[in-house]
Design a protein around this ligand. Structure first.
Ligand code: NAD
Ligand code: IPM
Ligand code: MN
Length: 363
């Protein structure tokens, strides 16, 4: 298998965790005789500093010319006073728009080994296995008009969707639900917002194409509570852009840490892969970052861009094994350090590679 992967590590812990995800992919290539052509480019704050723009033209061109893009994270406190279109985050949003992927898949899986790390009781989270499908190219993030008018002291953003934009992401969510447990929960705020009424009506219509999948609608406020009370009730959860951003971070409470969550964005010209977490300036450069979200994101590249299901599953199994053996990064050890071995970012990744090697060689 040959795959051309553009690596945009970005800022903060982005480079630290991306390096480890790449090292695991290289291990897979070595063991299986695959060729992954890896190229690195700048994005975000590091690109603002070096190139004067958060998305340099050569990064965009290389991204469009690859089979998959692996992104670390962007953003840093030194850029916080810039207007949205000058910030590191705008580089990521422009990249997302250019690559065209509109369905952001964010699996949230409760490893039972991490149950003690969640503030939720084990009996609440055990067995939770949710796939968020977050619409990624519409809503408040991209809707026009948007402005902060400093003369009138008003600011506005626009939450806008077309029926076609809702239908295309809904179809992907239903399709994925039909391959899982046949349940789809669509999240909106249709009791208040017209855009959510369009969302609900479109999703209800698309549901007719998937008679085997049961559909329920939830308001986003109630959903944020249900997720914590009964996470095992959900299979695929479909959301608009901002609601998905918020609920997927909330799901870190189920999985024990934000550092565990991977994502894949599909449906466009080139798939984009990024862990759910950000650049974590509070822990950057200290070897404290959990690389498992980035490593699991690497597994999603193999699954969704490489058609390498066995290798993707092997990475996921290696992560589980390492957790079973009691290895933890600090974010996964906070509530229950007894009997656990706390590792740095690079040590954790080395454990995963070692375990993967044993698995793939013995397979
Ligand atoms: P964050 O996700 O960076 O961090 C939130 C908290 O989770 C912090 O306490 C952090 O230390 C912890 N955390 C995150 N990832 C971790 C990991 N892998 N291992 C251990 N702990 C981890 O969110 P934030 O602090 O709100 O934002 C920081 C910056 O990141 C902002 O500039 C924001 O815009 C940006 N951001 C970028 C992305 C992205 O590039 N995809 C995503 C989210 C936030
Ligand atoms: C995420 C991030 C991004 C988003 C930011 C950095 C633009 O929070 O991927 O969850 O809001 O989509
Ligand atoms: Mn987010």
């Amino acid at each position: 298998m040959k795959l051309k992967i553009l690596v945009t590590a970005g800022d903060g812990i982005g480079p630290e965790v991306t390096r480890e995800a790449v090292s695991v992919l290289e291990e897979v290539a070595l063991l299986g005789g695959h060729t992954f052509e890896l190229e690195a480019r700048r994005i975000g704050g590091v690109a603002i500093v070096n190139d004067g723009t958060p998305l340099p033209a050569d990064t965009l061109a290389a991204a469009l010319d690859s089979d998959a893009v692996l992104l670390g994270a962007v953003g840093g406190n030194e850029f916080n006073s810039l207007p949205p279109d000058k910030r590191p985050e705008s580089g990521l949003l422009k990249l997302r728009a250019a690559l065209g992927g509109f369905a952001n898949l964010r699996p949230a899986f409760a490893f039972k080994e991490l149950a003690a790390n969640s503030p939720l009781r084990p009996e609440i989270i055990n067995g939770a296995d949710i796939l968020f499908v977050r619409e990624l190219l519409g809503g408040l993030y991209f809707g026009q008009p948007r402005e902060w008018n400093r003369t009138t002291n008003e600011a506005w953003n626009t939450m806008r969707y077309t029926r076609a934009e809702v239908a295309r992401v809904a179809r992907i969510a239903f399709l994925l639900a039909s391959r899982r447990r046949n349940k789809l929960t669509s999240v909106d705020k249709a009791n208040v917002l017209e855009v959510s009424q369009l969302w609900r009506s479109t999703v209800t219509e698309v549901a007719k194409e998937f008679p085997g999948v049961s559909l329920e609608h939830q308001y986003v406020d109630a959903m944020s509570m249900h997720l914590m009370n009964q996470p095992t009730s959900y299979d695929v959860v479909l959301t608009e852009n901002l609601f998905g951003d918020i609920l997927s971070d909330e799901s870190a409470v189920i999985t024990g840490s934000l550092g565990m969550l991977p994502s894949a964005t599909i449906g466009g010209k080139v798939n984009l892969y990024e862990p759910v977490h950000g650049s974590a300036p509070d822990i950057a450069g200290k070897g404290l970052a959990n690389p498992l979200g980035a490593i699991l994101t690497g597994a999603l590249i193999l699954r969704h861009s490489g058609g390498m299901e066995a290798e993707a599953a092997a990475i996921e199994a290696a992560v589980r094994k390492v957790l079973e053996q009691g290895f933890r990064t600090p974010d996964l050890a906070r509530t229950n350090p007894d009997g656990l071995t706390v590792l740095s970012t690079t040590e954790m990744s080395a454990r995963v590679r070692e375990t993967l090697k044993t698995m793939l060689v013995n397979a």
